[in-house]
Design a protein around this ligand. Structure first.
Ligand code: COA
Ligand code: MG
Length: 280
């Protein structure tokens, strides 16, 4: 079964930007996600790899999990990325534009050959309609797959989707992805909100994603992290209500009335899950 940590927020940092990398280590994201893919120009891929190797070999312990987003299996940068990840002690690899279970198995083989990456998890990015259709086999392709992540920008481009404020056009894709992930016992991470000067929009998007069953969301700017950590954690009110409900339950009664509503086993199960999330 998957072994990844619970992640509410993952902060993207362009791998070739030393200034942002230095700044990111102080941001309380659950994971730092060093990007080697689309935020790094082709001529800077080598620099991004070298800087990441240096960062992961510095020997100080980061408060966050350390992740890298690598280039797609079918790209010319993939081979160089694989060589470089062998020198990075990282907790997770986001596999961009993952197309099939074969892509996951190829990355798994590479990780299996590096002792330092024994516990490194795989996070396939689902960014095309065909990948969405393959989501179930991608999620179960390896025990290293801890979560599926949604790449809304590339997905929308391929689908000719024109997004409105509430992204209703992507509701099916998001819901479908969470369903396939959860059926495989995996977590699901939502695509970042690129409107990074708009905290209200981020909060609304994060809340919608959590309600759909996503467990966390990618971030592109440090200011987004605290909002995501809050949105993907149970609120004080939720925790109190869940505790009160469990205290009110009796082993001799299947169904009872609580705060004017009916409670039975599935509702108690929801309450237990809320308390479990708090324990992380
Ligand atoms: N990680 C770490 N530090 C970051 C950061 C990030 N993702 N984004 C911004 N910062 C830093 C900036 O360097 C700046 O630092 P300074 O005050 O020391 O100069 C500070 O936070 C404020 O940044 P701001 O001026 O608001 O943003 P910007 O115009 O410099 O950068 C982006 C905007 C979108 C280019 C930037 O946030 C970014 O590169 N995000 C990640 C993009 C990415 O990886 N995309 C790929 C996946 S979609
Ligand atoms: Mg993408």
């Amino acid at each position: 079964m998957p072994i990844g940590p619970r992640l509410r927020s993952l902060l993207f940092v362009p791998g070739d930007d030393g200034g942002k990398l230095a700044k990111a280590v102080d941001v309380p994201a659950d994971a730092l996600l060093v990007d080697w893919e689309d935020s790094v120009a082709s001529q800077n891929k080598a620099k991004a790899r070298a800087q990441t190797i240096k960062l992961t070999q510095q020997g100080f312990s980061l408060q966050q999990a350390m992740f890298i987003r690598i280039n797609p299996v079918c790209s010319s940068a993939f081979e160089g990325d694989c060589e470089a990840i062998g020198k990075c002690a990282v907790d997770g690899i986001l596999l961009s534009k993952c197309a099939s279970a074969d892509d996951v198995r190829l990355l798994e083989q590479i990780l299996n050959s590096v002792d330092m990456l024994k516990k490194c998890c795989i996070y396939p990015l689902i960014e095309s309609p065909s990948a969405l259709i393959n989501a179930s086999s991608i999620a179960t392709a390896s025990d290293r797959v801890a979560a599926l992540a949604f790449g809304a920008e590339d997905f929308s481009t391929e689908m000719d989707i024109v997004r409105s404020e509430d992204e209703i056009e992507l509701l099916y894709a998001r819901s479908c992805l969470v369903t396939h992930s959860r059926a495989a016992g995996r977590d699901t991470l939502d695509s970042p909100c690129i409107d990074f000067h708009n905290p209200e929009r981020l909060r609304a998007a994060g809340t919608r994603a959590r309600r759909l069953g996503f467990t966390g969301k990618l971030a592109i700017h440090p200011s987004q992290v605290a909002i995501l950590n809050e949105v993907f954690s149970p609120s004080e009110e939720e925790l109190k209500r869940a505790s009160r409900m469990i205290a009110a339950a009796s082993p001799n009664t299947g169904v009872f009335s609580f705060d004017g509503r009916m409670v039975d086993e599935p509702i108690l199960k929801q309450a237990r899950k809320i308390l479990q999330k708090q324990k992380g």
